[in-house]
Structure formats: C-alpha cells, structure tokens
Design a binder for this molecule. Structure first.
Ligand code: GLN
Length: 251
C-alpha cells in the first residue's frame, strides 16, 4: 500500500494525520507492506507511484498557501492519479481543494476540480460539531441497487468545523446524507462528495480511527481488491469507538 500525504506539515488540523496512522497500522496488522511518502510546498508529485493520495484540513491561510502550490506543481499529477483509479481522499480543507474553487469574500482560491463543487465562505457562523452521516455515496458511485443497500448500512461519524459552505454540481454524488450535524452547507442534507475513487468529506476526528470500516474500504479500493478479501481484525475497541462517535453526534 503506497500512500502519499500532501502537505502533512500544513494540512493537519484536528490530528488529521491520525488517518495515516490507522491506514499504516491496519496494513501492518495484516502483513501488508505500507509505504508513506510526503509531498509538500515546492515538491513534485508522481501521479503513477501511489495507491492513495491524501489531503488533510487546515486553516484558511495555510490552505491558501497549499492551494497555490497544488495548482502550480501537483494538480496534473493528481488528475492523472485519479484518472487511473488511485484513491484520492480529502478532508475538510483538503476536500474543498478537490473542488473547483473556495471563495472568501473578494478572494477566490482555485481547486483541482476533481469533484464538481464550489465552496463559499458565507457570512454566518462556522459549522461546528459532531456529525454522523449515512455513507450512501460509496456504492452509489459504482451503481447497483444491491451495492447501494449494503452501503446504506455504513455510518461515518466525526467532527466538523468549517466556515466554507460547499455546493455540489447537479450531477455530483454526495458521500452521504447527514444523520446529525451540518454537512456540506447546513442546508442540503448532503455531506462530502465522491466521484469514482476521489472522495471528499468534512469529517475530522480524525476520521479513520472512528470509522475503521472506511479505512478498510480505502485500503481495499486502493489495492484493487474487495473489502471482504482483507483479513478480519479484532475490532472490539474500534467498534466501541465508532458507536461512541455516533452517539455523541446524536444519531
Ligand atoms: N479553512 C476551511 C474552512 O474553514 C477548512 C477548515 C478545516 O479544514 N477544518 O472552511
């Protein structure tokens, strides 16, 4: 499993780095080799080399620095990676950068446009709190009612804190439906977005320690195998963590 973390020094709010630790540990427990590389400001990016590309969240200022660099030095490689089916995961600020743009008043930060969405920093309170969603989008993006039914049983829980409100384009599949919390914009009832293997979400927490089923989904998808092909792990503690996160979200 070859992972590349983009800007881990700048986009690491709410311990988003924990997502990488979970991927590493769950691979190691199964005897799967795991390689983590990083690419930050000014570094190149190889769109052929990695199975999963990861962007965490950040404050507007750090996000802006990264956005300029992303467009200048990495966007083409990231699009190439997505086109060959590599997993691209963006959390919060990273999610916003996977869309077309993030507008803050007069300023507009360009994104890489892998997801059909725009984010606007509207006046009004930040959208903060515990959140739970039904992740209907993962299977729906791949089609098939049976798959959609299976995915509907999957709940993701986490914590959100964003000033940006994200609107999805007409054909853009959301990652899921909000069960409790704000989601993309506090109005639509949608959270996150998914196109093929490109996934964005506002869920911090970090996301994967609270939702190890999704960590396994990402590993399996990145490796091109089914989640059922991964060896089962004793996940009692992880299941309790997940249940707690869903409970505190009020779902
Ligand atoms: N800066 C972005 C916003 O406030 C993302 C914040 C974050 O990553 N938590 O909307």
């Amino acid at each position: 499993m070859r992972v590349c973390a983009l800007y881990p020094d700048l986009l690491n709010i709410y311990a988003d780095r924990g997502n990488l630790l979970v991927l590493e540990r769950r691979c190691a427990w199964r005897g799967l080799s795991f390689e983590l590389r990083t690419s930050s400001l000014g570094d190149g990016l190889d769109g052929e080399l990695h199975d999963l590309y990861y962007l965490g969240g950040g404050q507007d200022r750090d996000q802006q620095l990264c956005a300029e660099d992303l467009i200048a030095t990495k966007a083409d490689a990231l699009r190439q990676a997505a086109a060959r089916g590599a997993v691209v995961l963006g959390v919060c600020g990273g999610y916003q950068l996977l869309g077309h743009s993030y507008s803050l008043g007069e300023e507009q930060i360009a994104g890489v446009g892998l997801l059909d969405l725009h984010t606007v920093r509207e006046p009004g309170p930040r959208l903060i709190g515990n959140v739970a969603i039904e992740a209907t989008g993962l299977a729906a993006a791949r089609g098939g009612a049976a798959a959609r039914g299976a995915a509907a049983r999957h709940v993701l829980a986490g914590f959100e804190n964003h000033g940006g409100r994200t609107s999805l384009g007409a054909g853009q599949q959301p990652l899921g439906r909000v069960l409790a919390g704000h989601g993309n914009d506090g109005r639509s009832g949608y959270e996150g977005a998914v196109s093929g293997n490109v996934i964005g979400t506002y869920l911090h927490g970090p996301l994967l320690p609270k939702n190890v089923w999704f960590a396994d989904w990402l590993i399996a998808t990145a490796l091109g195998i089914g989640a059922a092909d991964l060896a089962a792990l004793p996940d009692e503690l992880e299941a309790a963590t997940h249940a707690d996160a869903v409970r505190v979200a009020g779902a």
